[in-house]
Design a protein around this ligand. Structure first.
Ligand SMILES: Cc1cc2nc3c(=O)[nH]c(=O)nc-3n(C[C@H](O)[C@H](O)[C@H](O)COP(=O)(O)OP(=O)(O)OC[C@H]3O[C@@H](n4cnc5c(N)ncnc54)[C@H](O)[C@@H]3O)c2cc1C
Ligand code: SF4
Length: 356
């Protein structure tokens, strides 16, 4: 049986108190939201904080404010995000992504902030201590010490590589980046607001740009008009349960003639950070079959999946092209029947008429 190592639990009553505790306790402390990622990692010896700073008493983190756009507290459960009626249909990519995380039980416990700060994943890392010990560990947590202390070891995915290629497998991150979301980070020094895309580093170990003493408090969705529409597609082995192994968050603004005024397309779960594609080639023209095919072909190169998650590497690469094309075809108004079987398993297609 895998046991949780001993830890001290602190339960601050305000964001300010949490920030102050964190400032005094890092690097041996970690924030504890739903615990659905952190506790399994602690049981496997991948993350071993001596102190957990619980966020469940912070009611401010579960609030939703309409402030031009919409600000969502980082402590909202994924179930509440998926059921949040104030999120406009034009930003339904977030509803789709939150609703596709794991199982209903995990979505009830897991939070939006925890999902955005989720540890990166790898077949050689998400194993118990004995399994990892048998292969001599790797660069990420080689002997069960906290990942921030790690400086040595071999990467079994790319042995000659100086870095770790563990994968960012958050469902909400690519969807929210495609929606142009920003986040608020709070520390004992105060608050700063950054585009969500800037939270991520392309490094399997140092995968977040936020300091360890910063709490993610709010996710800000921009105001959108009726020209916007968005979607989220997710590939996983078991549709009711698994992490993504390829995902696509996409949002476009179309004028009355179907010409693209703005577009954001983000690929998730292929490398250590969400991949933000350069979508400028789509702007100024309609989403024709040719334009979509050319864009989807070009998306394959920056995606670069590695052989450290489920499914064969080259098939996942092919799926990147299919999913980028499928998501854009859905956004131009293709029906579920036109999109075919692939789409039905990747996205819950809603009639786009509902978004305009
Ligand atoms: C069986 C299983 C299946 C899963 N499937 C999926 C899936 O399909 N898709 C997916 O995206 N995830 C999946 N997960 C991972 C996880 O359940 C979710 O990502 C969940 O949203 C994590 O949120 P949490 O509140 O439980 O985070 P926690 O476990 O509490 O924390 C995760 C990390 O985030 C940090 N953190 C938490 N809140 C904050 C904050 N406010 N500010 C700063 N740092 C913070 C913690 O310190 C920790 O490092 C799965 C987990 C399991 C066990
Ligand atoms: S990518 Fe390499 S270093 Fe990173 S977790 Fe996997 S095997 Fe370890």
């Amino acid at each position: 049986m895998m046991r949780v190592p001993q830890f001290r639990y602190l339960a601050p009553k305000s964001v300010g108190e949490a920030a102050k505790i964190l400032r005094g306790e890092v690097p041996s402390a970690q924030l504890f939201a739903g615990g659905t990622d952190l506790i399994p990692n602690m049981k496997r010896g991948q993350q071993v904080p001596k102190t957990l700073v619980g966020l469940r008493g912070l009611h401010a983190l579960r609030e939703v404010h309409a402030d031009g756009g919409l600000s969502l507290g980082a402590g909202l459960s994924l179930s509440s995000v998926a059921g949040e009626g104030r999120i406009p249909l034009a930003q339904r990519a977030l509803i789709m992504a939150a609703g596709k995380v794991a199982t209903p039980q995990i979505r009830n416990m897991g939070t939006l902030g925890g999902n955005l700060c989720l540890d990166t994943r790898c077949n050689y890392y998400n194993q118990n201590y004995e399994w990892r010990e048998a292969i001599g560990f790797c660069k990420k947590a080689p002997d069960g010490v906290a990942i921030q202390e790690v400086t040595h070891g071999t990467c079994w995915v790319a042995p000659s590589s100086p870095r770790c290629w563990a994968v960012n497998s958050s469902d909400s991150a690519p969807a929210l980046i495609a929606l142009g979301a920003e986040i608020s980070l709070v520390s004992a020094d105060g608050e700063r607001r950054i585009p969500l895309a800037e939270l991520y580093h392309h490094d399997g170990m140092a995968f977040l740009s936020k300091r360890p003493d910063e709490l993610l408090t709010q996710v800000h969705l921009p105001a959108v008009d009726a020209s916007w529409r968005s979607t989220y597609w997710k590939l996983r082995r078991r549709g009711s349960f698994d992490f993504p192994v390829v995902s696509v968050g996409a949002a476009v603004s179309l004028d009355a003639g179907g010409v693209v005024q703005a577009a954001r397309v983000v690929i998730g779960a292929v490398t250590s950070a969400p991949v933000v594609l350069d979508a400028s080639a789509l702007v100024g023209a309609p989403l024709t079959d040719e334009a979509i095919a050319a864009f989807a072909d070009a998306a394959v190169k920056p995606a670069r999946p590695l052989d450290n998650t489920d499914f064969h590497l080259s098939w996942r690469k092919r799926v990147v092209r299919e999913y980028v094309a499928g998501a854009l075809r859905e956004l131009r108004g293709d029906t579920a029947d036109q999109l075919g079987l692939l789409a039905r398993s990747a996205a819950r297609i809603l009639p786009l008429a509902a978004c305009s």
